[in-house]
Structure formats: structure tokens, C-alpha cells
Design a protein around this ligand. Sequence first.
Ligand code: SAH
Length: 242
Amino acid sequence: MAWTCTGATNAELIANMGRFGLINSERIQAAMSKVDRANYVRHRSGAYEDSPQYIGHGATISAPHMHAHALESLLPFLHPGARVLDVGSGSGYLTAVLHHLVSAEHGTTGTVVGIEHIPELVGWSMENLRRDGLEAAVNDGHIKIVVGDGRQGYPSVGPYDVIHVGAAAPTMPAALVEQLACPGRMFIPIGKAQQAIVQVDKDGEGKVTQRELFGVMTERNRLESTAGEGQEWVLSTTVRKD
Ligand code: SAH
């Protein structure tokens, strides 16, 4: 299913994901159409491939189908004005799509915070956002990219209606669950040897429930980790078919 979505253009890639049932929502289709993946990769030749691309510093931009799955899961909470935390924001691609999903054309604009622990990627993602026409959103603080350890979240802007996590955590990070709004939803890959995507819901009374959505294949971050054996976060890349 995954690789067959590759297109010759951004529009074709998105249309293929619609055709194969990876995107079911018109809102997601519209938001992804506003973000040209070519502005968020190192080599334009692979921009519209439905596969992860290496973006340097041991990181990858996730595959488009993985972004689509995340957006479909989080969509009910992505209303205009929502607050969103994108953990492991890397290229800035998903941060940009999330921005469009929480911004009404005439009216409320939400806030999307991307947190990334590699400073060089933070700088590059800001350039990418600018190239993609989002300079004003960055200047106005509607999009904020910060250098930091995503495992701690970013409490000063929370609580968040939505938290997206792009790197697999060995265990559920308590700080992120804490920073979810009531109600709120988090999409996070969890696991050590094998990872699965977990959807975490916090209801209006603060009750937390978890549901495993599907397995994912991950690529270990090749950078030295300061977190200690078994504690580092790894990159989640493609859906595992088992
Ligand atoms: N969602 C992004 C990147 C996915 S790869 C995109 O699609 O472009 C996962 C990212 O998480 C990498 O950029 C990696 O550097 C980052 N990361 C890994 N551990 C992290 C941590 N503890 N805090 C913040 N970012 C982290």
C-alpha cells in the first residue's frame, strides 16, 4: 500500500494517498496540498516519493503515508485556534500542515510548537517554512520552533489539544500526557525493540485512555544519545505490515 502512493508532483502524491484510502478527509487533503514536500527535503528528486528521506544529522522526514495516518488520527482535535505540540519536528513539514489545519481562512489561528533536539535541524526547518510561504506565521508566533528535549514537552504554551510525536519513545512520557488538554489527543510511537503507534486520549474530566493503532518500523538515531541505554528516542519511519 505505502510505496504505491508515490507521485510525480505534490498534488499527485496527495491524490494517490486519497485513492489508496490513506487520506479520507478533505480538510487533510487541502492542508497537505498547501505544503510542498519539496521545500522540506534535501534532494528535490525524492520529494514526492512515499518514503522517508534522510535530512541529515541522523534524522529523516517521515514518509507521507505516516504523516497522513497521524493527521487522520488527530483530525477531530485540530480545530481553528487549537494548540498543537509537534515533538521531533525535524524538517518542519508536519508542523506546517498542522498550522494550516488549525488556521481558519478568515478568523482564528491556532498555535503550533515544534520541538526538536538538533539545533541545525531547527535552523533548517525555519528556512523550509519560509521557503514554503510561512514566514508571516513564524513572525506572528503562530508557528514556533524551539530547540529542546521533546520528552519534557513545552509546558509554557500548553495544555495542548493535540500532541504529535515523530520519534519513538521507549515508554509513555508522563510529561507529554500531563500537557494534554482536557479533552486532547496524542499520537505517539512507543516501544523498545518493536514500536507501535499509540493514540492517547484525555477526556473532559482528565481521564486518560490508550489505544494501539498499528506497528511501525523504526530506524535508530545514529547520533550519540545522552539519554542512556534503552532511554533514547528512535526515528519512526514506515508502517510495519504484520
Ligand atoms: N516529524 C519530522 C521528523 C521525524 S524524525 C519530519 O517528518 O520531518 C524524528 C525527529 O525527532 C528527528 O528530527 C530527531 O532529531 C527528533 N528527536 C529524537 N529524539 C528527540 C528528543 N528527545 N527531543 C526532540 N526531538 C527529538
